[in-house]
Design a binder for this molecule. Structure first.
Ligand code: ADP
Length: 198
């Protein structure tokens, strides 16, 4: 189907949009167990970036699963397609000039590597939110681990489906209950500064 489509060359380029916004674009790809703190850290970071006049946007697991990807299940194939579509959407946000954050478990290394390839490795920042399973399970803000342990939810990452931690993430944030979310945000801001992104 796609062989008869041609990418339309527009007059306004991605570089023009970056110049307009006065910062560069990138995708911060958060990965970690359910309850590790991806959404919490992304939300704080979005606010800090907003205060610094950086246009950022969060693509969040639950929102996307309720809309764009509501036809997908949590099987390995469903998860792969979930991540592929999110990668394509994130790529468009990067092209639009934003700092986009994706907050999905994204448990498979291969799927995250594909996301990096789709978005482009120079724009892709893998952020590993590292919290032990027992910490996540104790937090259990949505009661999902309880349901998974009771067998009410199948294919639940960490319980009945695997999580493959990143081998060499760009940023690792150990987020147990002694961790300070503000410190994590500063770590990411420092990284974006060093890379001259924002
Ligand atoms: P995820 O998006 O990875 O599923 P969330 O961001 O929803 O995880 O966080 C899960 C729960 O853990 C939330 O209730 C959040 O408030 C809490 N949390 C996150 N980080 C910390 C932390 N450093 N200390 C204590 N609680 C935290």
């Amino acid at each position: 189907m796609s062989e008869n489509t041609v990418w339309h060359p527009n007059k306004v380029t991605a570089k023009n949009r970056e110049d307009l916004l006065l910062h560069r674009s990138a995708c911060l790809w958060f990965t970690g167990l359910s309850g590790s703190g991806k959404s919490t850290i992304a939300a704080e970071l979005e606010y800090r970036l907003y205060q610094r006049n950086v246009l950022a946007y969060i693509l969040d697991g639950d929102n996307i699963r309720q809309g764009l990807n509501r036809d997908l299940d949590f099987s390995p194939e469903g998860r792969r397609e979930n991540i592929r579509r999110i990668s394509e959407v994130a790529k468009l946000f990067v092209d639009a000039g934003l700092v986009v954050m994706t907050a999905f478990i994204s448990p498979y290394r291969e799927d995250r590597d594909r996301a990096r390839a789709i978005i482009g490795s120079d724009r892709f920042v893998e952020v590993f939110v590292d919290a032990d399973l027992d910490v996540c399970e104790r937090r259990d803000p949505k009661g999902l681990y309880k349901k998974a342990r009771a067998g009410e939810i199948g294919d639940f990452t960490g319980v009945s489906a695997p999580y493959e931690p990143p081998v060499s993430p760009d940023i690792t944030l150990v987020n147990d209950d002694r961790s300070d979310v503000g410190t994590h945000v500063e770590t990411i801001i420092g990284y974006l500064n060093d890379r001259a992104i924002a």
